[in-house]
Design a protein around this ligand. Structure first.
Ligand SMILES: Nc1ncnc2c1ncn2[C@@H]1O[C@H](COP(=O)(O)OP(=O)(O)O)[C@@H](O)[C@H]1O
Ligand SMILES: [Mg+2]
Length: 114
């Protein structure tokens, strides 16, 4: 998989909570690491940051020499793209559906007039 390098990593959540400060860990290929600490010390936050699920507010995380700070940003952009495409599709579908409903109403009115 490649080495994981966590350099001077810190995390401040949007609500101002500081979860991590100046974390430095280097895990080489094939090494086995266990994160131990009291509840609330930031274990989950760190793992989520390594997985690219949480943005990295301070420092740098690299996996196999690829900085994942940027990967997380790319994933976010991609998520936005798909969300916007979904909204456009929904709008399109609604427009077509409304057109169909109007058409049905028009046909019914024609029948009533007859
Ligand atoms: N989404 C969040 N928003 C704000 N604060 C958070 C959030 N998630 C975790 N925290 C805070 O960050 C700190 C570290 O939490 P966490 O990473 O869950 O610790 P652990 O997994 O070691 O128990 C705690 O003080 C927690 O309250
Ligand atoms: Mg946890």
């Amino acid at each position: 998989m490649g080495a994981i390098k966590i350099s001077s990593v810190g995390k401040v959540y949007p609500n101002g909570t500081r979860a991590l400060e100046d974390v430095n860990i280097e895990i080489n290929d094939g090494e086995f690491v266990v994160l131990v600490g009291p509840s609330g010390c930031g274990k989950t936050t760190l793992l989520r940051m390594v997985a690219g699920l949480e943005d990295i507010t301070e420092g740098e995380i690299s996996i196999a020499n690829t900085i994942v700070n940027e990967v997380a940003l790319k994933i976010e952009t991609l998520q936005w793209f798909f969300k916007i495409m979904l909204y456009i599709l929904i709008c399109l579908f609604m427009t077509i559906w409304l057109f169909h409903l109007n058409y049905v109403k028009y046909q019914k009115m024609k029948l009533i007039k007859k």
